[in-house]
Design a protein around this ligand. Structure first.
Ligand code: ACO
Ligand SMILES: O=CC(=O)O
Ligand code: MG
Length: 555
């Protein structure tokens, strides 16, 4: 054991390059880091292989192939198995609030009246060292129920109510490294750091105080294949063994938010059958993934982002098949996120936004979803009302909404071309939103309100890849009577004009103080690149890595 330059007490082979703080050292203990390092060493080969398989699948799609059901796992799809029974503590998940692992928001979310709070290290969080480590400290205090926050400007103290939402934690996706923690000289896998530190410090307390003997509970993002779910299952088994807790204690809901994964839903549940509490329709990343999967397919271009709703045939088919699959296997089928948020200064617009959320949730509960997501506490009464009035006296619809009709959904339904039109105003909006989101992300904020909608990493990805797709394929805009072709030159003019508009809208001072120009450079580079960048945030990550002592910030 040695003390490294930053004074963290680290086990052999582990080096911490992030800033030292006494508070962070409470979660970055030698024992916790040893647990993370052991996970990394045991699973790094399989993670690398899984990422290579993603690249291989991409090569097939780029050569004209289509995603589909795997004949080799037909026996899993047709077999008569079910997942382990749902833990009683999380039978009722009708409303789940989500949000970044920020201290005040954690308290507000846990107090919000939602059944579950999904604390996010992923789409809603900019994964800076400060955010991640503070997030771990905050979650530890939340599980211990000692968390508090003093808003000095408003002289308001935040504390937990007696009754709080059950906590789920969403680690990062498999693809993101943690540059500030080196294990045997290589950056750690981000999600193993998020999972490992949280599990190590909280499993005992969590199971005793809120899991009813189960837990901790997780959400797992952005998987593309059941082999990735299998790795998670092994990570869970390894953690359970380490902690000396019963196999099947840890439970996770997998987000189905990539197009390839919709063909693997049974397989994913099967791999996690002892650790599963369902699947969730991660609709925003799913749309992003549709573009990504079909990036070389000129005939499958997206219409304007606002037109790609759950009413599109491929989106409805995905949600219906997810419900059918989950209920057949005895677990929750969770709905997704409506992007509308309360609009404080305009009662009519606020009522219209709430009505859109209400309709979206009504569609979900009528289709058979067991619960859904809320982006903001102000939406919870509306969403709760929709669920409790549609399925009164039931915690979920797992056994009452079988949706056998969805057995007829085919591969064709799941990849059906979206319909709609394309407009210059959408190109402009994508650009304005993408740049502003990225500017916020670079300064440490991973979810923001923009033009009265929630924007996070997943929605920003749609803006980016839609622009890329339209430029790459030289789309003719047919939506607003302009009739021009999207070229790099046109996009260049749009970027210039939209940057001027952003500067006007946010005001000179904020514009100059912020990282808008840097965001613009990154966003525009990704929109015009010959090859599509895999992830907006993977490329931009280098811009938020801060080494201590300050060395090269690049991976
Ligand atoms: C695609 C996906 O992955 S979706 C899941 C990931 N995305 C998210 O989780 C988004 C979560 N939501 C948010 O981050 C925020 O609601 C935003 C950014 C959309 C809007 O934020 P704001 O405009 O700052 O909200 P607003 O000013 O109305 O907040 C009012 C109060 O509600 C609180 N609040 C707002 N959203 C949340 C939330 N999700 N969880 C907890 N508290 C919240 C604020 O902290 C604030 O509290 P205060 O009155 O005590 O100060
Ligand atoms: O994570 C959720 C999504 O919609 O993306
Ligand atoms: Mg997502």
């Amino acid at each position: 054991m040695s003390k490294n330059m930053s004074y963290y007490d680290v086990p052999d082979g582990v080096d911490i390059r992030g800033r030292y703080s006494d508070e962070f050292a409470q979660v970055l203990t030698a024992d916790a880091l040893r647990f993370v390092a052991d996970l990394q060493r045991e699973f790094r080969g399989r993670i690398r292989y899984a990422m290579e398989c993603r690249r291989e699948a991409k090569r097939r799609y780029d050569a004209g192939g289509l995603p589909g059901f795997d004949p080799a796992t037909k026996f899993v799809r047709e077999g008569d198995w079910v997942c382990a029974p749902v833990p009683p503590a999380v039978a009722d998940r009708t409303v789940e609030i989500t949000g970044p692992v920020e201290r005040k928001m954690i308290i507000n979310a846990l107090n919000s009246g939602a059944k579950v709070f999904m604390a996010d290290f992923e789409d809603a969080l900019s994964p800076s060292w400060e955010n991640l480590m503070k997030g771990q400290v905050n979650l530890r205090d939340a599980v211990n129920r000692t968390i508090s926050f003093h808003d000095q400007a408003r002289n308001r103290v935040y504390k937990l109510n007696d009754n709080t939402a059950k906590l789920f934690v969403r680690p990062r996706g498999w693809h993101l490294p943690e540059a500030h923690i080196l294990i045997d000289g290589e950056p750690a896998t981000g999600c193993l750091v998020d999972f490992g530190l949280y599990f190590f410090h909280n499993y005992a307390n969590f199971r005793a105080t809120q899991g009813g003997g189960y837990g901790p509970f997780f959400y797992l993002p952005k998987m593309e294949h059941s082999r990735e779910a299998k790795i998670w299952n092994c990570v869970f088994e390894r953690a359970e063994k380490f902690a000396g807790i019963e196999r099947g204690s840890i439970r996770a809901t997998v987000l189905i938010e990539t197009l390839p994964a919709v063909f693997q839903m049974n397989e994913i549940l099967y791999e996690l059958r002892d650790h599963s509490v369902g699947l969730n329709c991660g609709r925003w990343d799913y749309i992003f993934s549709y573009v990504k999967t079909f990036q070389a397919h000129r005939d499958r271009l997206l219409p304007d982002r606002v037109q790609v709703g759950m009413g599109q045939h491929f989106m409805k088919s995905y949600s219906d098949l997810l419900i059918r699959t989950c209920h057949r296997r005895g677990v929750h089928a969770m709905g997704g996120m409506a992007a509308q948020i309360p609009i404080r200064d305009d009662p009519a617009a606020n009522a219209a936004a709430l009505e859109l959320v209400r309709k979206d949730k009504l569609r979900e509960v009528r289709a058979g979803h067991d619960g859904t997501w809320a982006a903001h506490p102000g939406l919870i009464p509306t969403i709760l009302d929709v669920f409790t009035s549609t399925i009164p006296n039931l915690p979920n619809q797992i056994h009452t909404a079988k949706r056998e009709d969805a057995d007829s959904i085919t591969s064709d339904d799941l990849i059906r071309k979206p319909t709609g039109t394309r407009s210059i105003s959408a190109l402009r909006l994508n650009t304005r939103v993408g740049i502003q989101y990225l500017a916020a992300w670079l300064t440490g904020t991973g979810s923001v309100p923009l033009y009265n909608l929630m924007e996070d990493a997943a929605t920003a990805e749609i803006s980016r890849v839609q622009n890329w797709q339209w430029i790459k394929h030289g789309v003719e805009l047919d939506g607003d009577g302009v009739g021009v072709k999207v070229t790099r030159e046109l996009f260049g003019r749009v970027v210039e004009e939209e940057m001027e508009r952003v500067a006007r809208e946010v005001g000179k001072e904020r514009f100059e103080r912020g990282r808008f120009r840097e965001a613009c450079r990154i966003f525009a580079r990704q929109c015009v690149s010959e090859e599509l960048y895999d992830f907006l945030t993977l490329d931009a990550y280098n811009n938020i890595v801060v080494m201590h002592p300050r060395a090269s910030a690049r991976l």
